[in-house]
Design a protein around this ligand. Structure first.
Ligand SMILES: [Ca+2]
Ligand SMILES: [Ca+2]
Length: 534
C-alpha cells in the first residue's frame, strides 16, 4: 500500500486518483446507504507542532503523528484533520509561503505519503487545513505583487486610497505596502496575512491546482480556513458575501468532480442562517457547527439544557436534510473544556458530560487533541496556550512528559498529576475512557451517528431528553446537567419501561447500568444515559 500511494503522487492525474481511490475503498469502512463514509465516524484535530516529536528537537512532526496512529485507532477515531503543515514563518502555519510543500520542521513530502498510507491502512482518513483566503506576506506571490510584477499584481487587493474597512480583529483591514509605495493592501486578519484576490480567476485556478496536488497524494479532503471571508463586497462587507457563496459553490463542484470520495468542511464561524446558506446556496459538504459549540458549553456552565435542546431541534428543522454539521466543543481557537469547565477546581465529570453530549447529539464530531485527557490551556492568555504539547506520560524527574526527549518548543505550563495519556488510560473512570466508550457506542448505534433527533420534555430544565432513531432502531438520550440527582418519569416521555432493552452509562467506569428500570428513574448528577428501545 505504501508503494502504491507513493507512486500515485507522481502518476498522471487520472491514474493516480484511480489507484488512490481503489485503495481507500478497500481499506476504509463503507457508509450506510444514505450517508457519506466521512460523516459517520469521529474526527480528531491535530496541531502537528504539539502532538509528538519523533527526533528530539522539541517540535512535533509527521513521523511523530505516524507513531501515534495506533493510539488514535485505540481511541476509536476514524479521521484526522492536520492543522497547516506547509512552510510558514509562524509557529501555527496559517500564513503559508509554499502551498505544495511540507514545513521542514514537520518533515518531507515522503513523510506525508507515509502518513497517508499508514493512516489508511488503519481505516483513518486524513484531511488537511486549506488556507485560500490569505497567504503569508513572505509568499513569493505577494513579494512579486508588491513589487509590481504584472503576472502577480492582481493576486492581491491593492488600493491607493483604501476605504475605511475593519479587519476581523477590529483594526484597519488595509496595510501599507512593504515597498514603501503609496498604496495599501488588504489583510483582514493581520499585516502578515494579505488576502488573496479570488475575483482573479488565476488565483482560483492556483487553489484548484493546489487541491489537486494533495488529492493526488491521497488526502481525503480539506478543512477550509476562513471560508466566510473569501471575497469582500465593494461596500466593505467582509463575511458571507454572495461572491463568497459562489466561490464555495464552484470549488465544491470542482472537488466533487476531481475526487468524489473527498469532502470540504468549512470554518463557518458565523451565525446559523449564514451557515445554512453555505449548504443551500453553495452545496458545502460540511459546515462547522459554531452555534452548537456555544450553546453546549454554556448549557453545562449554566446547568440548564433548555437552550441546548432548542438549538439542536431548531438546527434539525432548518438545515437542508443532506447538510452535514461538524460538531465540536473545542478547537485551536477556543479555550479548552478542561479550563473552561474546571472553575474553581478541576472537574472531570463536567468534561465527560460535555464529551457525552458531543458524541450523542446529531452531527459529525471533531475532537481536539488533548481534550480526551482533559488537558487544560497553557499558562498564559494567548492563542498559543490552546496549542501546547500533548501530555503522553506523567512527568519524569527531568520534567519530560512523553512529547519530546528534548526541550519543548513552547512552555507547556504546570499540569496536575493524572493529566496524561498514561495516567488516564490506567484509570477506567477517566475522561479518556469516557471518550473511548462514547466513540465505541456511537459507532455501534446508527441512531447516534446517523439518526434523527426529537426533543422531549422531561419536565426539568437541567435534563436534556431526546429520542434518536434510524430505521427501526430507537434510542433515548437522558442527560442531567445539574449537580443534583433528578427524577425522570419514562412514561411521561412516552417510553414504557418494558420497552427499554439496554441501558448505557458511558460516562461511568461501570457502563452497563442495571435493568430493569421502573417508570421513574433517578438521573444522577452530571450524568448521561443512552437507553436502547425496542
Ligand atoms: Ca521533531
Ligand atoms: Ca478575503
Amino acid at each position: 500500500m505504501s508503494n502504491a500511494v507513493r507512486a500515485s503522487g507522481l502518476a498522471p492525474r487520472a491514474l493516480g486518483l484511480t489507484v488512490v481511490l481503489s485503495l481507500i475503498l478497500s481499506a476504509l469502512p463503507a457508509a450506510l446507504a444514505d450517508g457519506h463514509p466521512w460523516q459517520e465516524g469521529v474526527w480528531y484535530e491535530i496541531f502537528v507542532r504539539s502532538f509528538n516529536d519523533s527526533d528530539g528537537d522539541g517540535v512535533g512532526d509527521l513521523q511523530g503523528v505516524i507513531r501515534k496512529l495506533p493510539y488514535l485507532s485505540e481511541l476509536g477515531v476514524s479521521g484526522i484533520w492536520l492543522m497547516p503543515i506547509h512552510p510558514s514563518p509562524s509557529y501555527h502555519g496559517y500564513d503559508v509561503t509554499d502551498y505544495t510543500d511540507i514545513n521542514p520542521d514537520y518533515g518531507t513530502l515522503d513523510d506525508m505519503k507515509e502518513l497517508l498510507a499508514a493512516a489508511h491502512a488503519l481505516g483513518i482518513r486524513v484531511i488537511m487545513d486549506f488556507v485560500p483566503n490569505h497567504s503569508s506576506s513572505q509568499h513569493p506571490w505577494f513579494l512579486a505583487s508588491a513589487a509590481g510584477d504584472p503576472a502577480y499584481r492582481d493576486y492581491y487587493v491593492w488600493h491607493s486610497a483604501p476605504p475605511d474597512w475593519r479587519g476581523t480583529r477590529g483594526g484597519s483591514a488595509w496595510h501599507p505596502s512593504p515597498t514603501g509605495a503609496a498604496e495599501h493592501y488588504l489583510g483582514l486578519f493581520s499585516p502578515g496575512m494579505p488576502d488573496l484576490n479570488h475575483r482573479n480567476p488565476q488565483v482560483v485556478e492556483e487553489f484548484k491546482q493546489i487541491a489537486r496536488f494533495w488529492l493526488e497524494l491521497g488526502v481525503d479532503g480539506f478543512r477550509v480556513d476562513a471560508i466566510q471571508h473569501m471575497i469582500e463586497s465593494d461596500s466593505g462587507q467582509i463575511s458571507n458575501t454572495p461572491e463568497t457563496y459562489e466561490w464555495v459553490r464552484e470549488f465544491q463542484a470542482f472537488m466533487h468532480e476531481e475526487a468524489p470520495h473527498a469532502f470540504l468542511v468549512g470554518e463557518t464561524w458565523t451565525e446559523m442562517p449564514a451557515i445554512i446558506r453555505y449548504h443551500e446556496s453553495a452545496q458545502l459538504d460540511m459546515s462547522f457547527d459554531y452555534p452548537l459549540w456555544r450553546v453546549l458549553l454554556a448549557a453545562i456552565q449554566g446547568r440548564s439544557a433548555a437552550d441546548l435542546g432548542d438549538v439542536v431541534a431548531q438546527a434539525e428543522q432548518l438545515y437542508p436534510e443532506d447538510a452535514v454539521r461538524g460538531t465540536f466543543i473545542s478547537n485551536h481557537d477556543q479555550t479548552r473544556p478542561a479550563t473552561l469547565l474546571s472553575f474553581p477546581r478541576r472537574d472531570e465529570q463536567r468534561m465527560k458530560l460535555a464529551a457525552g453530549l458531543l458524541l450523542t447529539l446529531p452531527g459529525t464530531p471533531f475532537l481536539y487533541y488533548g481534550d480526551e485527557i482533559g488537558m487544560p490551556d497553557g499558562p498564559g492568555s494567548f492563542d498559543v496556550e490552546k496549542r501546547t504539547p500533548m501530555r503522553w506520560t506523567e512527568p519524569t524527574a527531568g520534567g519530560l512528559f512523553g512529547f519530546t526527549t528534548g526541550a519543548p518548543w513552547t512552555n507547556p505550563g504546570e499540569v496536575p498529576a493524572g493529566v496524561s495519556v498514561e495516567a488516564q488510560q490506567a484509570d477506567p473512570g477517566s475522561v479518556w475512557h469516557a471518550y473511548r466508550r462514547l466513540i465505541a457506542l456511537r459507532g455501534a448505534l446508527p441512531a447516534l451517528h446517523s439518526g434523527d433527533f426529537t426533543l422531549l420534555d422531561a419536565g426539568a430544565r437541567a435534563v436534556l431528553a431526546a429520542q434518536r432513531s434510524y430505521a427501526d432502531e430507537r434510542v433515548l438520550l437522558l442527560a442531567n446537567l445539574s449537580t443534583r440527582a433528578v427524577p425522570v418519569n419514562l412514561a411521561a416521555l412516552g417510553v414504557q419501561p418494558d420497552a427499554v432493552t439496554v441501558v448505557h452509562a458511558p460516562l461511568e467506569a461501570d457502563e452497563a447500568a442495571p435493568l430493569p428500570l421502573g417508570a421513574e428513574l433517578e438521573l444522577g448528577a452530571l450524568s448521561l444515559l443512552v437507553l436502547e428501545l425496542r
